[in-house]
Design a protein around this ligand. Structure first.
Ligand SMILES: Cc1ncc(COP(=O)(O)O)c(C=O)c1O
Length: 390
């Protein structure tokens, strides 16, 4: 734990200096419980995306709550998770550089020795051959036959990684099955764009198409005698659709645990659990003028790729809007004319637009219980994989 922050544990929320990244641990725990209940009810596994919180301690908490393991996007994130005691890690992304693949293979060995599991996504023959080479080199180095689970990624509408559903995916599944150190574990079918479609109907329509793609591809592969044990995908926005599809066996949603302002702008599907905001920037008003106030949190404190943060309303009828004031400042204006301007020294809470890149801006998260008004600091959570981009 950071020496500079250790003294905060047990102190009041009021003692947290600004700007600071604060987790409402009670809200986070409720989100976790709701997710676990949802997955149980729908008989699907959940493997939350740890690129969101980047913390091994929070990953372990998720596993305690029933998650089968975590997803990560980068090899360095996987290393941070394994170093932090997480035994089941899936890189839901393509890794191509041989040096990185050597690190992936080492992780597969470490987890194999712990009876854990390492998995990765592929979308090319080149990628499969490189992975197989890295695994075979590592097996020779260790004198042991570790295997890695491999998911063939299909593009179900995002237009990012993944081969087209159908014969191309079959070709890759056959290539994976042809390497002894690789185990074909199934399909990855993540539709990132669908997660942020605002209406439940649009999300349902998009995932219905994705599900058809999965069904067709799965049948094609199984007809060739290769079992498709699992289809993995889904994010916070549309996960109710993937869960109800009968095709997806594992949900990768990550943001549900912190819930950012962008996801809160989705119209909630009635089937979706109610997820609460649990991640905040505590900030303080440092300047006031006739028509606005200025707070000490700019875009070095929170990411703005998905829009400006929302200001948590402390007084009904006196809402404030946040405007970009640069990297170290935020401009606060009343949402309606005649509204009160917050005074110098006033503490405010911002709900970040996008939780993942916001977390990545901080070394530590300050976990509080008992609410943002009267609560106390319970723990300091290290962002283990901060900046883990390689
Ligand atoms: C492959 C993959 N799976 C799952 C997720 C998790 O989505 P979310 O954090 O929006 O729930 C993401 C997020 O970008 C992703 O890229």
């Amino acid at each position: 734990m950071s020496e500079a922050l250790a003294h905060l544990v047990g102190q009041s929320v009021a003692d947290i200096d600004t700007p600071a990244l604060v987790v409402d641990l009670d809200a986070m725990q409720r989100n976790l419980t709701r997710m676990a209940e949802f997955a149980r009810k729908h008989n699907v596994r959940w493997r939350p995306h740890a690129k969101m919180h980047k913390s091994a301690a929070l990953a372990r908490l998720q596993i305690q709550a029933g998650a089968v393991g975590v997803c990560v996007q980068k090899t360095a994130e996987a290393q941070a998770m394994v170093d932090g005691g997480v035994h089941d890690v899936y890189i839901s992304n393509e890794v191509i550089a041989p040096k990185k693949l050597a690190r992936v293979a080492e992780l597969a060995h470490r987890l194999d020795a712990q009876r854990g599991r390492m998995a990765i996504a592929v979308d090319s023959i080149e990628g499969i051959n490189r992975l197989a080479q890295a695994m075979s080199d590592a097996n020779a180095r260790h004198g042991a036959d570790a295997r890695i689970d491999v998911f063939v990624e299909i593009d179900v509408g995002q237009g990012r990684c993944g081969v087209q559903p159908g014969p191309q995916a079959l070709e890759l599944a056959q290539a994976v099955a042809g390497h002894s150190a690789l185990h074909f574990a199934g399909l990855q079918a993540y539709h990132g764009k669908a997660q942020h479609l605002r209406s439940p109907r649009e999300r349902r329509d998009a995932i219905a198409v994705a599900t058809d793609d999965v069904r067709f591809t799965r049948k094609l592969i199984e007809e060739q005698g290769i079992a498709v044990d699992l289809v993995t995908g889904a994010g916070t926005g549309a996960m109710v659709c993937e869960a109800a599809s009968g095709m997806y066996g594992e949900l990768q949603a990550g943001s549900f645990m912190f819930m950012d302002a962008d996801y809160a702008a989705n119209e909630r599907d009635p089937a979706q659990p109610v997820f609460e905001h649990a991640l905040f920037i505590k900030t303080q008003v440092i300047s006031q003028s006739a028509d606005h106030a200025v707070c000490d949190a700019g875009h070095k404190s929170h990411a703005i790729d998905s829009g400006m943060p929302r200001v948590l309303t402390q007084e009904a009828g006196n809402e404030l809007d946040y405007f970009n004031g640069g990297d170290e400042h935020g401009i606060l204006r009343p949402s309606v004319s005649g509204g009160r301007i917050p005074t110098i020294g006033r503490m405010m809470w911002l709900i970040p637009g996008h939780c993942d890149p916001t977390v990545n801006l901080h070394d530590f998260m300050i976990g509080v219980t008992g609410g943002l008004r009267e609560g106390v600091v319970e723990r300091i959570i290290r962002v283990d994989a901060r900046g883990a981009l390689t």
